[in-house]
Design a protein around this ligand. Sequence first.
Ligand code: NAI
Ligand code: MG
Length: 496
Amino acid sequence: MAVTSKPSTSTSLRHETMLIDGAWTDGKAREAITVLNPGNRKPIASVPRGTAEDIDTAVKAATAAFPAWMRVPPRDRGRILTRIADVIEARVEELAKIIAEETGNAIKTQARPEAKGTAEIFRYFGGLASELKGETIPFGEHVLSYTRREPIGVVGAIIPWNAPVLLGSLKIAPALCAGNTLVLKAAEDAPLGILWVARICQEFLPKGVLNVITGYGPEAGAALSAHPGVRKLSFTGSTEVGKLVMKAASERIVPVSLELGGKSPSIVYPDANEDWVVDGIIAAMRFTRQSQSCTAGSRLFLHADIFDDFLNKLAAKASKLKIGNPLDEETDMGAIINEKQFRKVCGYVEDGLKQPGATLRFGGLPPKDGPLSEGFFAIPTLFAHDANDWRLAKEEIFGPVLVAIKWTDEQEAIRMANQTHYGLAGYVWTKDIGRALRTAHAIEAGWVQINQGLGQSPGHSYGGVKQSGIGREFSLEGMLDSFTIKKNVTINLATP
Ligand code: NAI
Ligand code: MG
C-alpha cells in the first residue's frame, strides 16, 4: 500500500531511490511515497514520487543508450541476462522477503515462487538471444530478399503490484534481449522488489539501458505513455488504464502490448466431482494470492448433478487455508494489497449478501477484530447464484470472492462462459478428452487449461483476447512480436 509523505516525515524510514541513467537518485521528486506492509499496515520504506520531468530525463537517457546497446551482439546481451539470473538465483530468499513484505503475498505459496520465477525469466530470455533471426524470401535467383529482427527503440513499460517483480522482469528481460532500452514505471504499492532487481541488473548493464521510475499512475505513468521519445508501450494492469495507455499510443501510432483484467471461467463436468478437482479449483482461483490475479478462475460453472456435493467439498478445503502474516512459513494466504482494494473486495461481498437469489456458501466479510483485522485480510468466499449476469459474476473483483453458477447443457455452459467482455484464461475439468478439447476450443480466451490450474511458465505465449488485452509476452514469439520490428531488405542481384 502506498501513501504520499513529505520527505521529512520519512527520515527514519529506509529510503530507496530511482534508477535514471545509471545513477540512483530522487530525481526531481519533492515528495516521497511510503510503502506499507499490507499484513500489518506498517511502513517498510519510502520511494520518490517521480514526476513527468523524471520520466523525461529517463527517456532521454534510454534514447542516448540505445544506439550502442542495439549494437551489442545479441549473444552478449543474452549472456548479461544469464548472469543477472545467476545473481538473483543466489539471493532468491532476500527477494522473496521483499516481495512478501510489500505485496502481502504469502512467502511460502507466492513470494518465494515469484522470486524463483524471476531468475527463470532472465535465464530463459538470456538463452533466446540468438533466436532473433530473420528469414529469406524466395523471389527468384535475380533477387535476395531477407528480413531482420531489429529492436524498436525506447520501450515504456508500466507494471502492477500483484506480481510486480515477475511482471516487471517479463518486460525487462525480453525488451533488453531484443536490443531495446527501457523506462519502467513501477507500481506505487509495490516498487521495492523490482528496484532490488534493477540494482542487480545495473551491475551488468551500461548506463541508461534500464531506467526505473517510481511514482503514481496519473503522474509518472501517464507521462511515460505520452512521451514522444517512447517507441513502444507495454502495460500490465487494469482494463481501464489499459485503454488510456492505448489512447496515448494512438496519438503517435506507437505499438502497444496490453495485459489486462479477466473474469475467467472454470467449467466442471459431472465426472469431475473429485478431490483433485477441488484442489485445482482452489489453485485456479488463486486463493493463495488472495485471488489478485488476472488469470483467476473466478466464475465456477458447476454441473447441476454435482453442484451441492462439490461446493461442500470446496468449502471444507477452502476453510483449511491458513490466513495471516505473509512472512510466516505456515501461512497459505496473505493480505490484500491496500485499503482501497480491500474496501472494494468487501463492497462486493456486501453486495453479494444483499443480492436476491444469491446464497453465501462459505466465507463472507472479513473478521472485524482479532489478528486478521490488523492487516487487509479477506477470507475465501463463495456465492452461488443461478444467474450469470449479476454484478459479482460480471466484474473483476480481484479478491477471494468466487461465484458458482449451475448448468445442465454443455452449450449453455459455454455460452455463459463466453458471456463476458474479458478473455484471458479458462479452465475445463473432465476426464472425457473429446469433451475437454471441444470445450477448450470453444472458450474465448488466450489460454485454456484442462484439469489443472497452474500459473504461466516461460515459453508459453501468454495474453488475452477481447478486453483482456492485445499481444503476447512470456515466450520467444512474444519477444519477437512485442519487442522487435521486422524489417525487409531486398537486393537486386542482376545489377553489376
Ligand atoms: P491500475 O491499472 O490503476 O495500475 C497498474 C499500473 O498502472 C500502476 O503502475 C499504476 O501506477 C499505473 N497507472 C495508473 N493510472 C495510470 C495512468 N493514467 N496512466 C499510466 N499508468 C497508470 O490498477 P489498480 O488501480 O492498482 O487496480 C485496480 C484494478 O485493476 C484491480 O482491482 C484489478 O481488477 C485490476 N488489475 C489487474 C491487473 C492484472 O494483472 N491484469 C493488475 C492490477 C490490477
Ligand atoms: Mg488504478
